[in-house]
Write a new protein. Sequence first.
Length: 109
Amino acid sequence: MLENSLRESGNHIRLTSQLIQVKDQTHLWSRDYDYPAKDILTIEDDVAKAVAQEIRLRLTSQQQAELAQAHRVNPDAFDAYLQGYYYFERNTDKDTEMAGKYYERADAA
């Protein structure tokens, strides 16, 4: 199981990832990632590469090339998306309306 903890401070993100074996809760691997918020997708790629290496998953050359590409993201759009998702998951009429407003903000950013 992959467990992540995400902390944000201004335009900075710290992600702590842990790989845990489910059958006996054995801690297999962990790593901290520190990046500017605009590089959130780069963090995802780096975590995916590290986990793949740790579990000795063999990636095709095409998959390796896709993981090697940097993807920039607008931190304001990403934050608005996360806020929208939060309200959407609450699943009430009022919260769904709030989710829509945040999704519109994310789309406009």
